[in-house]
Design a protein around this ligand. Structure first.
Ligand SMILES: [Fe+2]
Length: 252
């Protein structure tokens, strides 16, 4: 069960105190601070959300919020993954990785999206985040892992991650969300979307390999079949209509 009322870990109290009292902040300053305090994965277990609904592709639990920031504890069961996403209106932020986390870095230009780096971020890493970072992360390992995410605003916006974009390659569209980055995001999280996405076969194949777990797990057969088809024949991506296009017409 998701809890955000458990007793706060000492490191979180120290972090909140820092965020509430710091005069000027940016991602580097936050990252340096986070590296200076002891962040123990076990302390955050009471906030885990490994048993999130299967249609939400990872566990997203907001555990604290201030005038100009939000703090989330993300839970990653084996196979959990985000969509490819930006970080909206976040002016500054950071992520603490509590486990070895599968990571993809992308370059985005309008509706063009390209993979630029893939790898594992080791447990204990802290990285800065700003709104224009476009990435995807998840758990391709065998054990559940968690990560702590801080997103902040220079403009007194507590939901600094609002207006994040998700690059839904399998749906041939780019959507704007409330800050969540779920795969196959429900309409209630999506503020608007634009048809059309451009990519290359390396990016598409890598991404489809990752997301096929989600669509199989959710028994969304028409999309799982489409993903299998494109994995076999990536050259069909720009020719073959996404199976959800008819659904999109209904939403319109
Ligand atoms: Fe992210």
């Amino acid at each position: 069960m998701k809890s955000n009322t458990a007793e706060l870990p000492e490191s979180l109290t120290i972090l909140i105190n820092f965020l509430e009292n710091v005069q000027e902040i940016d991602s580097d300053k936050l990252t340096t601070f986070l590296k200076s305090i002891e962040m123990r994965s076990a302390d955050y277990l009471p906030f885990n959300y490994f048993d999130h609904p299967v249609n939400e592709s990872y566990g997203r639990n907001k555990i604290s919020e201030g005038r100009n920031y939000s703090i989330f504890l993300m839970s990653w069961a084996p196979g959990d993954f985000t969509a490819i996403h930006s970080h909206g209106l976040s002016d500054w932020g950071a992520v603490c990785f509590f486990g070895d986390t599968t990571h993809r870095l992308y370059k985005a230009d309008g509706n063009r999206i390209e993979l630029v780096q893939k790898g594992i971020v080791p447990a204990g890493t802290v990285v800065p985040v700003t709104g224009n970072l476009v990435h995807a992360m998840g758990n391709m390992g065998d054990n559940p892992i968690m990560s702590l995410h801080i997103y902040g605003s220079d403009n007194s916006l507590s939901n600094a991650n609002d207006d994040s974009e998700i690059y839904e390659i399998e749906k041939h569209r780019v959507s704007t969300t409330n800050g969540s980055a779920f795969l196959n995001s429900e309409d209630k999280f999506i503020k608007k979307w634009e048809k059309g996405i451009v990519s290359n076969s390396e990016t598409i194949s890598d991404y489809f390999e990752i997301i096929k777990t989600y669509y199989s797990r959710n028994k969304i057969v028409h999309m799982a079949d489409y993903i299998d088809l494109i994995l076999r024949k990536p050259e069909l991506f720009s020719l073959e209509p996404s199976p959800l296009k008819e659904d999109i017409q209904i939403i319109l």
